[in-house]
Design a protein around this ligand. Structure first.
Ligand code: CMP
Length: 152
């Protein structure tokens, strides 16, 4: 099992898409094991997007990500990091393939609705940024036996 950090960004909340985004992950059979709404502060934005801080688009990204609350989610599942990234599609909604979240709902590079960790190291770092260990609600969903065979 892998864990990944998903952020439903301010455009998601403002456009009333939170429920539909959560449904996409639930419908896929992924397991939501932690969830909270919060305001990202400029300090948290700089820590989260540390690899982008020096890039020309960073000031706009920080203004956007701090402009309204976000919903942070820890998602667990087999190959969850890759599976969730593929569900999101390309960074730019204009380039994302139809059928992906961004392909279906976004036409922007910045306002691309959902963030997800891009690898195992990022997932650990980002989950720790948003959640303490006692906020992770590990559980075995009752439906698990109907999502995949026992040897998968
Ligand atoms: P995300 O997956 O959260 O990772 C970094 C974010 O920066 C990205 O989604 C976009 O919201 C934003 N971003 C990436 N590239 C650009 C860009 N060229 N211009 C503006 N915003 C960008």
């Amino acid at each position: 099992m892998e864990r990944t950090l998903v952020l439903l960004k301010p455009d998601c909340l403002q456009r009333r898409l939170l429920g539909r985004m959560i449904s996409r992950f639930e419908d896929k059979g992924l397991n939501l094991i932690a969830l909270k709404m919060l305001w990202v502060t400029p300090e948290l934005a700089k820590r989260h997007y540390v690899e982008h801080v020096e890039k020309p688009f960073y000031p706009g990204l920080e203004a956007f990500i701090t402009s309204a609350p976000v919903v942070a989610i820890v998602i667990e599942g087999l190959e969850a990091i890759r599976v969730v990234r593929e569900m999101l599609g390309a960074t730019s909604g204009l380039k994302a393939v139809a059928g992906t979240i961004r392909g279906d709902y976004s036409s922007s590079r910045q306002m691309n609705l959902v963030h997800a960790s891009d690898g195992p190291d990022a997932a650990i770092r980002e989950i720790e940024l948003y959640f303490s260990a006692n906020e992770i609600c590990s559980h075995q969903p009752a439906v698990a036996a109907w999502l995949r065979a026992s040897d998968e």
